[in-house]
Design a protein around this ligand. Structure first.
Ligand code: FAD
Length: 190
């Protein structure tokens, strides 16, 4: 499958900036931007297998080994049906999380509030980018950041603040949390 060849081979000795290593000692695709990943694949590739200027589809990885597989991996990297990089994973995850808050009940029963807290905890442990997950767990440990789940309004704002904490960490602008519902539930008023 596109993107998997590198995971089975040895990583290059010097990794490009931004490539994150996973707990298994191999480059972590879901922790790394596609730009950095592509750079790493280019570094690994012997010059004889560098991709031509016109990419071939479908991928042509064959018995010629990892190098050929790597070449076709680069050629097919921009396909839409590849494993997600850290940004695609993040955008999809935030879409799910904010959409959950948008459909959360205005007055949830206590049992659902408990399940929602448990969901947030489990999510923070299962998130597929391990560096992101560790930071998110650390953020959640602060009592001031405990999930607020007693109403849709509260949960939606809490999720917005959680997202803002990541935005700030990444040097992005904070989102105006007064507008979380327009962004994720009602659509923009203006
Ligand atoms: P995103 O940040 O994905 O946002 C998508 C859309 O949500 C935006 O276009 C905007 O309309 C809206 N939005 C933005 N901010 C808010 C907000 N505060 N409230 C409501 N709506 C908002 N990436 C890393 O590189 N390193 C990390 O450590 C990391 N940690 C993450 C932790 C978690 C729990 C999650 C879910 C994602 C994490 N990400 C991390 C991914 C990162 O947050 C982004 O998703 C990714 O960088 C893509 O950013 P983006 O600019 O496309 O927009």
């Amino acid at each position: 499958a596109p993107g998997s060849a590198m995971l089975d081979g040895e990583p290059p000795k010097e990794l490009p900036k931004g490539v994150v290593i996973g707990p298994d000692g191999k480059p972590c695709r879901t922790c790394t931007s596609s730009a950095a990943w592509k750079q790493m694949l280019k570094q690994k590739q012997p010059s004889s297998t560098k991709p031509s200027s016109s990419p071939t589809f479908p991928p042509t990885a064959t018995a010629t080994g990892v190098a050929a597989a790597t070449a076709s991996t680069i050629n097919t990297f921009d396909r839409a049906d590849c494993p997600p990089d850290v940004e695609q994973l993040g955008r999809s995850s935030w879409t799910l999380l904010h959409s959950i808050t948008a459909t959360y009940p205005r007055n949830p029963p206590v049992s659902l509030q408990q399940e929602t807290r448990a969901f947030v905890t489990a999510f923070s442990k299962l998130y597929p980018c391990w560096t992101c997950a560790e930071d998110f767990q650390a953020w959640l440990k602060d009592d001031r950041n405990a999930p607020k789940v007693s109403s849709r309004e509260e949960f939606g704002r809490w999720m917005c603040e959680a997202h803002n904490a990541v935005n700030v960490k990444l040097g992005k602008e904070r989102f105006d949390c007064d507008r979380w519902e327009e962004r994720w539930r009602t659509g923009w008023k203006d």
